[in-house]
Design a protein around this ligand. Structure first.
Ligand code: HEM
Length: 215
């Protein structure tokens, strides 16, 4: 039988391509938008990671989600450093979540509360993506807007405590493969992963509306 990690990866491949090809992300990484758009995106990520990480402490003891909760993944502190750099010391009073971001963060919080395996689907979709394509985003951002390499502005993409992302990802897939649950539960987790991609896409759509290209 196909391993669960392979299943979740192959079953979400289409969604991955969709989100990757979203207009906002393409424009952002295609040098067509200013640093303001990057900052606005970083703000949205802050709300998403607040939802993922404010619930993590409680889930650390959960038999299903607990093994996935790893402090070396936590991004909130890095995002706050980036926002301070991008928006200035008063960033907290000006930061706001788009409705699509609230929907995304709300769904994460709901899963964290009611369905730890669903939380894992969201955890996987964010952190494994950050460890993979996130590095391409960082590289482009550094070059486009002149951030110091792995410095303020792009710290979100730098996992100081994960020196070997490939090995980390392999260990993560093993955790996925070891998750308890029958076939039906696996299908539900895969569906939640697809939903996570859709929620990401929703945020990109909203950002695309806020930062349209003047034709
Ligand atoms: C320009 C944007 C992006 C690029 C270039 C990109 C590229 C990649 C690449 C090259 C991989 C590694 C594939 C492999 O090892 O087989 C990957 C994995 C992944 N990406 Fe993306 N990605 C992008 C955006 C996103 C976004 C926005 C998300 C979700 C929010 C995401 C979620 C994932 C996940 C979950 C994985 C891990 C799959 C796995 O190994 O199990 N990616 N991405």
């Amino acid at each position: 039988m196909e391993s669960f990690s392979t299943l979740i990866r192959t079953a979400s491949r289409e969604q991955h391509e969709e989100v990757r090809g979203s207009t906002f992300l393409s424009d952002l990484l295609g040098h067509k938008l200013g640093v303001d758009a990057f900052a606005r995106y970083t703000e949205q990520l802050w709300f998403v990671y607040q939802a993922l990480e404010s619930t993590a402490r409680r889930l650390a003891g959960d038999p299903v989600a607990g093994p996935f909760v790893r402090p070396e993944l936590f991004r909130t502190a890095a995002l706050e450093q980036d926002l301070e750099h991008l928006r200035g010391p008063g960033w907290r009073s000006a930061v706001s979540a788009l409705p699509a971001t609230l929907e995304y963060a709300g769904r994460i919080t709901e899963c964290a509360r009611d369905w730890p395996a669903g939380y894992v689907a969201h955890h996987y979709t964010r952190y494994l993506g950050d460890l993979s394509g996130g590095q391409i985003i960082r590289d482009t951002a550094e070059k486009t807007w002149g951030f110091a390499k792995k410095g303020d502005g792009v710290r979100f993409y730098v996992f100081e405590e994960i020196p070997n992302p490939a090995a980390f990802k392999r260990a993560y897939w093993e955790l996925l493969d070891a998750m308890p649950g029958d076939e039906l539960e696996r299908q539900r987790i895969v569906a939640e992963c697809r939903r996570a991609y859709e929620l990401n896409n929703g945020v990109f759509l909203a950002l695309g509306e806020e930062f349209p290209l003047s034709a």
